[in-house]
Design a protein around this ligand. Sequence first.
Ligand code: FES
Length: 145
Amino acid sequence: MERRSVLRTGVASFLALFGAGFALCSKEKKQPVTGPQENGNTVDLDLNDSAHAALRNVGGAMKINLAGVSNPVLVIRRAQDQVGALSVICTHAGCEIGLPQNHEIACPCHDSRFGLDGSVIRGPATQPLPAYPAVIRDQIISITV
Ligand code: FES
């Protein structure tokens, strides 16, 4: 094979491999997005994603793991246009609270009760559950962590 022919074949092979790699990378970026989407220190939950279906209706709640937060966060749909995001760690002795029931959040360890805003309804806990700023707009819940 001539030197020029070898060079052409090498360049063509490189371009073919580069193109295939580029096509694969491009395909990965077009995968449907699921789960929380992070923008800086704000996490967006898309209610069109079935993973967040529990939050589509008023009264719905779910625990969710967010990057940058060591424990799950309890996200609550308080009203059509209002959401809350609370630490799941009870302020009494550190047990994980349950999901809301009858407009209250109970701690399974010593039965402290918290309101949907994290306020203490009944002890032994004396401090509210820490809250993260959260808003809902156009089917997107944004939580600042
Ligand atoms: S740890 Fe929650 S009430 Fe004690």
